[in-house]
Design a binder for this molecule. Sequence first.
Ligand code: ZN
Ligand code: ZN
Length: 284
Amino acid sequence: MIRKQKKNSKYKNMRAERLAQARRDETKVPSGRRYVLDGHTHTLGCGHAYCTVMELAAEAADAGLEMFCLTEHGPEMPGSITDMFFHNMLSIPPELFGVKIIKGMEANILDADGSIDASPAILPSLEILSASLHTPCFPPDTVERNTSALLGAIEKANVDFLCHLGNPQYPFDVEAVLQAAKRHDTMIEINNGSFYIRQGSRDRCVDIARRCRDLEIPVILGTDTHWAEDIGRFPWADRALTEADFPDELIINLDTKRLTDRLEAKGRKLGVVKKDRAVGLFDF
Ligand SMILES: [Zn+2]
Ligand SMILES: [Zn+2]
């Protein structure tokens, strides 16, 4: 009996070691680039992800990240949170387990004008704002209307970056959108999740990265993680950048200052500590 238990625990340990090795292998990227930030993550707040902010931060620390962006889905995504979530994000500390947290929103583009679901009232609460085309909020449309929606998000909503443009469900005029991104200093995301979630994204992501390289548009990598253990791991996005011969200088994720400088230049207030508001209220 005891021998059997010992045998079982030996196999358990071997399995745990195999899993741990698999995780380490996944963290490695062929290029050897050291990514220190993840631009795109989700929590169970959105209704279809499964971890908390604490869990994201703990895994981010394990993955060696210095920063991640909490970019919860805007309120028009079915099952997602309301404006109150974004109003109250100061309750989340600016840093957990030594990892800085940029608190923002992945807004939904709602129409061909590029309207988004970040209401003017909550914009001042956001440290970063990205925007995406998602089927429940903007059903795939013609090239003209998809393009118009993306241009509107850049030109009117002034988003910091556009997400998962490689999605083949939304064909658009790449040249027009990237030229607008260049003019408005909008970053373009290469989304690691697209390579297995939005199948057919591979070649489009590489093509978009190549054109960003030629136009000198910075890219930001996002895992779009809906499960904490994936945070900061970019095995596929890394390969896409290598295939596109993308220069390190234009990859935001290699230096957190590349992101914070851009956000602060736009007037976004970063790292505000809610409890600091009470400092100085008493003389003793
Ligand atoms: Zn998305
Ligand atoms: Zn997302």
